[in-house]
Design a protein around this ligand. Structure first.
Ligand SMILES: Cc1ncc(COP(=O)(O)O)c(C=O)c1O
Length: 482
């Protein structure tokens, strides 16, 4: 049997790998506590379930729904956006319900990308942006999110040659996995950038309803001109503890909504109607459950933050979202430290590198864990005494250049001792690793090399090997400072 190439390009879905580990540990008798997956343990509020039960008894709701949902449901979504963000949306042109935001995010790539087209994708980021891009035959250009920039992409660092050919930019705030937030000023910059280069902005806003200490996240669509260039993806999953019901929405530019609706109508048959009624109840009814959720997550966030501080780990308490993003002790990789937590404390966390190379050096704790388990998990964290290990690595959070060559290095490289010394890195057949698109391949390689040098105090003095990366490539650098 021959499967399509895109199947072999798929990494195992991040959480499938984590689930597999948990099952194996539990089968071996371990009392595993998982801070891994972002799936609220809190139940869907009763008034929403009651509406679902009532609607499920009504025969018209047993039939195929429309792909674009019930008019009343689209209206509920528009009204919710009006109440929450002060935005007026046309329910018939600027709103489309989704079978969860994930479905819409995946399908959106089919609306925007032809084979070879470029999508600007955050690194680290929710994996569906790049997987959808790959399914559509496109190429992801990774926009590095860095701690020093508040985990926002540096739009000025995107080379104009890339921006001119890119079709879409994906953003997500409050951010998964870093917990960062964006203000209207940043969204305005994104709109201006999109207009300058004729790029669509798709903003994933699934976490706006979980925010701490009185902070209220904004919508991308509140930025001036956003409706001209963008679409916002939202979800009832996290806001109303409805991950299992599969309801979300895309709202924004009418042409983009229309394109997504057309793709969906050819591939799915919409959200079961009884669930649409339940979703209307969620959006139109009492919003008390959102306040209740926030109270629970605030309590949990504070406990985990305190335990992590006490364990000597570096963190910034998040202003919003369900996650705590933690820098691992110096000398560990994300996977090594996640494995240490699992082996020593039976604690599951998500390694940051699963969200992209820039996530290397971090792990993610999810707060969607019941209080009793959280308390036991926190008690285990309190026992943890971690410190940096090993000699100072050249960089425990590899830049993408390092990441590209990591699996291809022929001879292990060691940081030289004094300025003026040289360091030689040889990698074998990196063509596969660099195979990320035509123009983009060269540009990206050059940028990463530049960054690698800057971050490590090196200057490139020689590069030998075929430009395409087939065969051995050797780079030689001078150490500028120790
Ligand atoms: C950033 C982000 N977007 C989208 C989703 C998916 O949301 P939904 O349940 O609506 O498909 C998730 C789920 O974890 C997420 O973290």
């Amino acid at each position: 049997m021959k499967l399509a190439n895109r199947i072999s390009k798929l990494q195992p879905y991040l959480f499938m790998e984590i689930s597999r580990k948990i099952v194996a540990k539990r089968a071996a008798g371990a009392d595993v506590i998982s801070f891994g997956i972002g799936d609220p343990d809190l139940p869907t509020p009763p008034h929403i379930i009651n509406r679902l039960i009532g609607a499920s008894l009504d025969p018209p709701n047993h039939r195929y729904p429309e792909s674009d949902g019930l008019h009343q449901f689209r209206k509920s979504i528009a009204n919710w956006y009006q109440r929450r963000f002060g935005l007026s949306l046309n329910p018939d042109k600027e709103v489309v319900p989704l079978i969860g935001a994930k479905e819409g995010i995946g399908h959106m790539a089919l609306c925007l990308l032809d084979p070879g087209d470029i999508a600007l994708v955050p690194d680290p980021g929710y994996p569906v942006y790049s997987v959808g891009t790959m399914f559509a035959g496109g190429e992801s250009y990774w926009m590095p999110l860095k701690e020093e920039n508040g985990w926002l992409p540096d739009l000025d660092a995107i080379p104009p040659d890339v921006a001119r050919v890119a079709r879409v930019m994906w953003l997500c705030y409050p951010n998964n996995p870093t917990g960062a937030v964006a203000d209207l000023g940043f969204f305005q910059k994104a709109v201006d950038f999109a207009k300058r280069y004729d790029i669509v902005v798709c903003h994933d806003a699934c976490y706006t309803e979980i925010a701490y200490d009185g902070y209220k996240p904004v919508s991308f669509l509140q930025a001036k001109g956003a409706l001209d260039v963008g679409l916002e993806f939202h979800s009832l999953s996290k806001s109303y503890n409805m991950t299992g019901w599969r309801v979300g929405m895309a709202v924004g530019n009418a042409d983009l909504v229309n394109a997504l609706t057309r793709v969906k109508s050819n591939l799915d048959s919409g959200i079961p109607q009884a669930i649409q009624y339940a979703a209307m109840e969620a959006l139109d009814g009492s919003q008390q459950s959102i306040q209740d959720n926030i109270a629970v997550y605030t309590r949990r966030r504070d406990k985990v933050v305190e335990a992590l501080h006490n364990a000597g780990l570096e963190i910034v308490p998040p202003k919003a979202g369900l996650y705590i993003w933690v820098r691992v002790p110096h000398g560990y990789t994300s996977a090594e430290f996640a494995t240490l937590l699992l082996d020593q404390q039976d604690l599951v966390v998500t390694p940051g590198n699963g969200y992209g190379p820039q996530g290397e050096g971090y792990i993610r704790f999810s707060l969607t864990i019941n209080d009793a388990d959280l308390d036991r998990g926190v008690a285990r964290l309190a026992k943890l005494r971690v410190s940096a290990k090993g000699p100072k690595a050249i960089d425990n959070r590899p830049t993408r250049f390092v990441d590209l060559i990591r699996d291809h290095v022929v001879a292990k490289y060691v940081r030289p001792a004094k300025p003026g010394d040289t360091i030689t890195i040889t990698a074998k057949d990196i063509s596969g690793a660099l195979q990320r698109g035509n123009i983009y391949r060269q540009i990206c390689n050059a940028i990463d090399l530049e960054r690698f040098q800057k971050e490590n105090g090196l200057r490139l003095i020689d590069r030998q090997g075929p430009p395409s990366g087939y065969g051995n490539v050797t780079w030689q650098f001078h150490l500028l400072k120790s």
